[in-house]
Design a protein around this ligand. Structure first.
Ligand SMILES: Cc1cc2nc3c(=O)[nH]c(=O)nc-3n(C[C@H](O)[C@H](O)[C@H](O)COP(=O)(O)OP(=O)(O)OC[C@H]3O[C@@H](n4cnc5c(N)ncnc54)[C@H](O)[C@@H]3O)c2cc1C
Length: 333
């Protein structure tokens, strides 16, 4: 497949960036299209008048040797750092803290630092949503939300959540369908006017798994991330089941319910709330990890590939592996 030179990547999340980077380094001409204002997808961070909040991926693990090389390099440059250093669990009314067995990492000062660094020197068209794809004899033409055509691609890599890929591939006769389903996640941010009182026996917590809450699965204190300091800024993530059941609920009501659930479980009165907001991830995580796949999907005859976390598992590292492995497999880098 060495004749493949002009490549389009749809999606500038971790998977699309990993694939594009490997291909560009191998001398391919790569153009990335992303509907967001910035790259990063589910790793993007929210910066508003009340501070910086990570509302998607909270941290990531590093086990793959190739990913480790990349992350070690970024750690030296200060793009990422270890966080949370302490993992906390709330089980059966008890708070338990321990050092994680494998280190966890965050971007510095927020998750977006990692995808921003990966995006550097890539050719990304932001705020371009690809709405359809057409294959003529030898090349692809993509159409965006404004009816603009982008043509001349030998190969297209679709690196977006599976349900969105299913819609985009509607009308493209490919053997790759059907694709798996994904669950949703409501994410609420809260800026408190004062510091939280720490639970008894806990010096300071950075992130906590809420294993018995009917609503929440995780809470994090954004100001404890490396490179951040001031202001009690909490992210609350709802669990899959609650999020799916409240998918179409009023966002204000969702934020109130999630904050009430936090208040219910927190062992001390909460400080006054200065501001709060909410974000809905319609496609947050694959419902089930993929089984027995190479970590990506390829239709050789069509010149079409798919990658994304859902091809392996709903994690940052898995998204990177999916994109990186796809690039290696397609072009024998
Ligand atoms: C709330 C939440 C918490 C999480 N917590 C963690 C965690 O703690 N640790 C961890 O490892 N993982 C976590 N994850 C999972 C992690 O974020 C994902 O596995 C990873 O970011 C997925 O990357 P991706 O490239 O596969 O997809 P995405 O990040 O979804 O990237 C897809 C990109 O495609 C773009 N796009 C979609 N459709 C189109 C279109 N038609 N045209 C153009 N562009 C399009 C989107 O704008 C997006 O930028 C979490 C996810 C969520 C939602």
């Amino acid at each position: 497949m060495d004749f493949l030179h002009n490549i389009a990547v749809v999606g500038a999340g971790m998977a699309g960036l990993a694939a594009a980077r490997a291909l560009q380094q191998a001398g391919r001409n790569v153009q990335i299209f992303d509907k967001g204002r910035r790259p990063g997808g589910r790793m993007s961070s929210r910066h508003n008048a009340h501070g910086l909040f990570d509302l998607g991926a909270q941290y990531f693990t590093v086990r793959d040797p190739d990913f480790l090389k990349l992350i070690t390099n970024f750690e030296t440059q200060g793009v990422v750092a270890r966080w949370p250093g302490i993992m906390t669990r709330h089980v059966g009314g008890q708070w338990q803290s321990q050092r994680p067995e494998h280190p966890r990492y965050s971007g510095v000062p927020s998750m977006a630092a990692l995808t921003d660094a990966l995006a550097e020197s890539l050719n990304i068209h932001q705020q371009v949503r690809i709405t359809s794809m057409t294959r003529t004899d030898s090349s692809w033409t993509l159409e965006d939300q404004n009816g603009r055509l982008w043509s001349g691609f030998d190969h297209v890599i679709v690196a977006i959540p599976a349900p969105q890929a299913t819609l985009l591939l509607d009308g493209v006769a490919t053997s790759l369908l059907p694709l798996p389903d994904m669950s949703s996640c409501w994410s609420t941010w809260v800026r408190f006017g004062d510091t939280l009182t720490m639970p008894e026996g806990i010096d300071a917590w950075q992130g906590v798994f809420l294993e018995t809450s009917p609503v929440l699965r995780w809470a994090a204190r954004n100001q404890t991330r490396p490179g951040q300091h001031e202001g009690e800024r909490i992210t609350l993530l709802a669990n899959d089941d609650w999020s799916d059941r409240h998918l179409e609920a009023d966002p204000d009501r969702v934020a109130d319910d999630m904050i009430e659930a936090f208040r219910d479980f927190y062992p001390a009165p909460l400080p006054a709330i200065r501001a709060r907001g909410v974000h809905r991830w319609r496609y947050a995580q694959p419902r089930q990890p993929a089984q027995d796949t190479a970590g990506y999907l390829v239709d050789m005859a069509k010149g079409l590939s798919l990658c994304g976390d859902w091809c392996i598992d709903g994690r940052v590292e898995a998204a990177w592996q999916s994109g990186h492995r796809l690039a290696q497999a397609l072009f024998h880098l």
